[in-house]
Ligand binder design. Sequence first.
Ligand code: DGJ
Length: 726
Amino acid sequence: MQKLYSIFTLSMLLASGTGAYAELVDISTPNSSLILNATKGERLMILHYGNPVDKMDLEALSKESGELVYPVYGLWPQNEAALSVTHADGNRTTDLTVESVSTSTTADKKVTTIQMKDPSYDLTVKANYLTREGSDVIETWVEITNNEPDAITLNRFMSGHLPIRKGDVWLTSFQGAWGNEGYIIEEPLLPGTKLIKNKDGVRNAQGARAEALFSIDGKASENSGRVIGAALCHHGNFKILIDTDYSDNHHFFAGINEENSEYHLAKGETFVTPPLAMAYSDEGIGGISRQFHRWGRDTRLHNGDKLRRILLNSWEGVYFNINEPVMEKMMADFSDMGGELFVMDDGWFGTKFQRDEPTALGDWIVDTRKLPHGLNGLIENASRHGLKFGLWIEPEMTDTKSVFFEKHPEYVIKAQNRQPVTARGGAQLVLDLSNPEVQDVIVNMVDTLLSNYPEIDYIKWDANAPIMEHGSQYLDADRQSHLYIDYHKGLENVLNRIRTAHPDVTIQTCASGGGRANWGILPWFDEFWTSDNTDALQRLYIQWGTSYFYPAIAMGSHISASPNHQTRRQIPIKFRADVAMSGRLGLELQPSQMTEEERKICKQAISDYKKVRHIVQLGDMYRLQSPFDNKGVASLMYVTPGKEEAVFFWWKADNNVGETNLRIPMAGLDPNKRYTIAELNRVGEEQLTFEGMTLTGNQLMAKGLEMPKGYTPYYSSRVLHLKAVE
Ligand code: DGJ
């Protein structure tokens, strides 16, 4: 049901069950309602989150007692809490009651703020809800202000809490690993506690991810059923806690992981939590994904409305074996295939210590042994081949083997009285971004690079180490617990300054692959490297899981060599290309080692991707057949917002004799439009029977098309371009 108003906050008084007057706050989006009872002097209660509620039904809701919006620790210490405070006088209990409700509105967004205060202490908590015109995503966060006579300690400080009524609620979460990011886990919510967490310090999306889906009506389905999706927008350690106790609700909490991170708040100081973005859909998990993709592209992803270039990244092609002639040959070959941007990965820098293996990080000076004409030489070559130029850096890290570290051992994260614990290559250390001096060093390094070489069009910003020991050489003894939080505040400061000076450079966030796929970091980045695993078959799974919350435009998706370097699997080039084309297309190989057939197909893929990139990168995604269902086929499609064009991907992920050839009904088209079908990326395959034909959206969505069966002994795949005819 579509409500007539889009962003609407209604504050109205209704007689409540207790005989008092309930002050209802209605935070509505086009297809959802969040109804709170914010009666002054009472605790803030949530009465409803889900389907849009008609004004006429509010009175009945006002009779319900609801659940606490932001449970605090101490008065019911047996329950899980969103906030736990040790007050200036040592009291560990907190109570919060509503003081006021206010709204602030700008052109296309509205923030509703409910201010609460502890009746016995000068502690104020503001719960904020941001809604945007036309979007169903609600962003919530809290601001905790200490006006007590002295410092207080925050022991837990979640961004939000949502009670979800028990029934047959299923949780979908992402519990991946390096090379297997975004792996989907679906499970019913049973009594007990489910904890999804990250404690890496830097790469907060490599294993578990900070997102969750709650399917209210049993196991999630793609296109139907009531689903709540939530994403914590934070790039540091996080905690998602779902407590299923004896009450009528599951209790979902999401926020910064407070473990070993208690935060001391000085008198007058305010702590602001990262936002928790939530959406409700009655169109299954697909509905949630499309909402998050749109919201993300429109409001969070850096330059989310600009088409991305097709790039060749040098890593899997040459690893550390960078040199000028090899780089130039890669550029020439890529340019012949129609490429647009050449990115030189790791291995280009180092003077006293050279980067021929994963050591010697930190001296961002060109290794003239490998590149005698410096970056200018490469930039000129790229431009001669009609390509833009990009570069790999890892600015948050250094190595013990670097001039930088020799000069500034005080800049690394290290506990007192201990030797630094090293990571990658036995030498890598994380810089202490809680230190403003370190922040300046990083900003200067990146700024100098981008200012000296304004032709640099793209940066791959890598981060390959966790925080290996809890210790800051900068923070005072009583603020050591701030490290995990202040590191990320420092990082935001760095990124803000770099982005203010260089808004147009495309920057990829990479963290040992997909370790930073999180909506917290993407306001400064244009995309993420989805995984270091470039095996096309496994990428179907990795990209599928990642697509639950992230749009294709943000997912670096590259064609790599066969056998694949991570899995040793051999996959035909057509399938590799067809998988890569479903994200932000790139290449990750040495073109001079490609066969003629591989070159031909890549050239075709690049040319065809240019025809449909606007649909893949800016369209709405409809997942059709999941590889996780083990049906041998995976399929998805993208449709332009006006439904004039679509791209349909079909991948035969397995091949068993005698198996049923699944027919895949399409989705997202206009049933009343007629679409002409043209196959993309076809090099030598038999023409499909429906090539060039025009079918109604209705037929395509009701029945789908008959795809070929067992086309090659291993993998086959097809990509179709659909265009509506007038
Ligand atoms: C890890 C990244 O995920 C890779 O793509 C590559 O850039 C290497 N680092 C380089 O050291």
